[in-house]
Write a protein that binds this ligand. Structure first.
Ligand SMILES: Nc1ncnc2c1ncn2[C@@H]1O[C@H](COP(=O)(O)OP(=O)(O)OP(=O)(O)O)[C@@H](O)[C@H]1O
Length: 254
């Protein structure tokens, strides 16, 4: 747990004249789940896209496993909020999950086995032959998560992955991700607006200031594992952490 997988160093991003990110530095250790929170427009998505190699920083650097990111790295998978745009509607569920595996060089049989395992792991047995549009929003997001995990990434980057589903489904997806982290031995970076979600899921939380964003604080979440939507959220430690993060995020937006 102690070695650093992701190093974000002095990251700065201008959009034209607009300074969005101003010298953001933090690290993510192997096996950790780290959330990035901050007020709207703080540059959370910008920072995450730079980590995933989807956007170039103006200055500063990101390294993953000691290798500098200059484009989408082969061992990083991404899950976005908008599952309806990330899944290919003309492919079956199985086709969607196997596509990146085939591109990675897995044989048809190996890709199919990995995809079916991942679909089972997210509770989607029996959906392989269906099309994304035949599934509910929560199920489609599970397909996107299965696709990311089947790929066996070192790092899973998620931008508001649970924001487009109802509250109950959101909790189900949060509880799905927690054990899958261990099962797939994956390090996770998550952007979320939801402070309860950040505290519930994370090992550490990076709190960004409003744009131009800097790191206000990195908070250790010392809540016991396994976590539970009821028991964990009733702990005094949960309330204390929630309070601390909320104060930081809100103080700067008033
Ligand atoms: N492509 C772009 N061109 C110009 N400005 C942009 C672009 N993308 C983002 N910005 C600006 O950069 C700042 C940071 O945006 P970003 O989306 O990274 O923030 P965020 O914290 O993820 O926001 P939110 O919480 O609202 O999703 C904002 O002021 C935004 O308007």
């Amino acid at each position: 747990m102690s070695d650093t997988l992701v190093s974000v160093e002095h990251l700065t991003k201008f959009y034209g004249d607009h300074l969005a990110v101003d010298g953001v530095t933090f690290g993510v250790r192997t096996g950790e789940m780290v959330s990035i929170v901050g007020p709207s427009g703080a540059g959370k998505t910008t920072a995450l896209r730079i980590v995933a190699g989807l956007l170039e920083p103006t200055s500063g650097s990101v390294t993953i496993g000691g290798v500098r990111v200059t484009g989408p790295p082969p061992d990083v998978a991404v899950v976005f909020q908008d599952y309806s745009r990330s899944l290919l509607p003309w492919l079956t569920v199985l086709g969607n999950v196997t596509l990146p595996l085939r591109a990675k060089g897995l044989s048809r049989t190996a890709a199919r086995t990995a995809a079916l395992d991942a679909l089972a792991a997210v509770g989607l047995d029996g959906t392989a032959r269906r099309r994304p549009r035949e599934l509910s929003g929560g199920m489609q997001q599970r397909v996107a998560i299965a696709r990311a995990l089947a790929y066996r990434p070192k790092l899973l980057v998620m931008d508001e992955p649970f924001a487009s589903v109802d509250a109950q489904t959101r909790m189900d997806l949060e509880d799905l991700i927690l054990p899958l982290r261990q099962e797939y031995a994956v390090t996770i970076m998550l952007v979320t607006h939801d402070i309860d979600e950040a505290v519930y899921l994370s090992d550490r939380i990076v709190v960004l200031s409003p744009a131009p964003s800097t790191v206000l604080r990195v908070i250790d979440v010392d809540l016991p594992l396994p976590r539970s939507q009821t028991a964990t959220k009733e702990l005094p430690g949960f309330a204390r952490l929630r309070h601390e993060v909320l104060d930081l995020v809100r103080a700067r937006t008033d």
